[in-house]
Ligand binder design. Structure first.
Ligand code: NAD
Ligand code: D0V
Length: 332
């Protein structure tokens, strides 16, 4: 049969130095698929691998994504229930996990996800000894610690999505309040992901103008609780989304794909992510908490020395103690 293409004479072989990027997403539920879809639309990888224990769901999601090929940058998409397919991944994003059953205690959810991680992490890292782990499953701070211990990796290559989603909701709410673009709002929520996170008021700046001084200069009276209310809305909005649609996907999908871009494209951007917090702000236990960290090809490149006031420092230390106690209680 006539070949589709007439061969080009004296064509040079492809460059061997070009790095082939491979991302694996473990868990193809609401969160994993939102992340996978965003990675494809943003052309972040040459190869996307999906892993899950639910074989039918896994194959269905792979086929459904492959069928979108005519509208996406060319990306090889593979899937298997066998994690050996992840071999040689540059980044492994873990969203696998049991979702909290209504009324289930956080400890019980943690115990269920802990046993899952004991099955997931060791084979993952044996197939990709040089990968970076990006943990999303909840409770994310403790499970990032578990992934670090199980992997034996240096802590710079084990990252938790932490308060990245909290901070993106915080930025949206501030931007909406001030009627500006959320990309021009710099604001960090740090510490423990979820209900006990810590909003850094002094870190908020819009177009380079620190908000607190902006409000002072404009003599705009702001009660402390106004700012507290915006932080409370971050927590309330998570519960509202769950109440209304039963899960969250799009914001976590975009926020985790944004982390993947910073890592794989060596952006050296600063994100609030869950890092080994030992040695910062008087924390001496081996706990993962979110702090503004610089992300690049090597994972965590550095952690910023952001100024915390006494109250913020105390809340961070309290979170560290709560998490450490939970880790000790579980014997991990
Ligand atoms: N960190 C955050 O900001 C954040 C935000 C939203 C959700 N989450 C967490 O993400 C996790 C996933 O949420 P979801 O809505 O996608 O849940 P989901 O139930 O829709 O998906 C979980 C997937 O994990 C799979 N799975 C279970 N055991 C597995 C194993 N051993 N190996 C591979 N896959 C396995 C399941 O088959 C399922 O497809 C939850 O823990 C949730 O709390 C975290
Ligand atoms: O947007 C979410 N959705 C979840 C969710 C997704 C599927 S089922 C529940 C959510 C929503 C509401 C509460 C809640 N609590 C929680 C339970 C166990 C944990 F280990 C961690 C959090 N979790 C999971 C989660 O972490 C988030 S972010 C979030 C949660 C609570 C407070 C503030 C934020 Cl920014």
């Amino acid at each position: 049969t006539q070949a589709f293409f007439k061969p080009i004479t004296n064509a040079a072989p492809p460059s061997t130095t070009k790095q082939h990027t491979k991302i694996s997403v473990i868990g193809v539920g609401n969160v994993g698929m939102a992340i996978a879809q965003t990675i494809l639309t943003q052309d972040l990888t040459d190869e996307l691998v999906l892993v899950d224990t639910n074989a039918d769901k896994l194959r269905g999601e792979m086929l459904d994504l492959q069928h979108a090929a005519a509208f996406l940058p060319r990306t090889k998409i593979h899937a298997s229930t066998d994690s050996s397919i992840t071999a040689g991944s540059d980044l492994c994003i873990v969203t696998a996990g049991a979702r909290q059953i209504a009324g289930e205690s956080r400890l019980n959810l943690l115990q269920r996800n802990l046993s899952l991680f004991r099955a997931i992490i060791p084979p993952l890292v044996s197939h990709s000894p040089d990968t970076t782990l990006l943990i999303v499953s909840n409770p994310v701070d403790i499970l990032t610690y578990v992934a670090w211990k199980l992997s034996g990796f240096p802590s710079n290559r084990v990252i938790g999505s932490g308060t990245n989603l909290d901070s993106s909701r915080f930025r949206f709410l501030i931007a909406d309040h001030l009627d500006v673009n959320a990309q021009d709002v710099q604001a960090y929520i740090v510490g423990e992901h979820g209900d006990s996170s810590v909003a850094l008021w002094s870190s908020i700046s819009v177009g380079g103008v620190p908000v607190l001084s902006f409000l002072d200069k404009q003599q705009i009276p702001y009660e402390k609780e106004t700012l507290e209310n915006i932080h409370k809305s971050v927590v309330d909005s998570a519960y509202e989304v769950i109440r209304l649609k039963g899960y969250t996907s799009w914001a976590i999908g975009y926020s985790v794909a944004n982390l993947a871009r910073s890592i794989l494209r060596d952006q050296r951007k600063i994100h609030p992510v869950s890092v080994l917090a030992k040695g910062f702000y008087g924390i001496d236990g081996e706990v993962f908490l979110s702090l503004p960290a610089q992300l690049g090809r090597g994972g965590i490149l550095g952690v910023t020395n952001v100024h915390l006031n006494l109250e913020e420092t105390q809340r961070l230390v309290d979170s560290a103690k709560t998490i450490l106690d939970m880790q000790i209680q579980l014997g991990i």
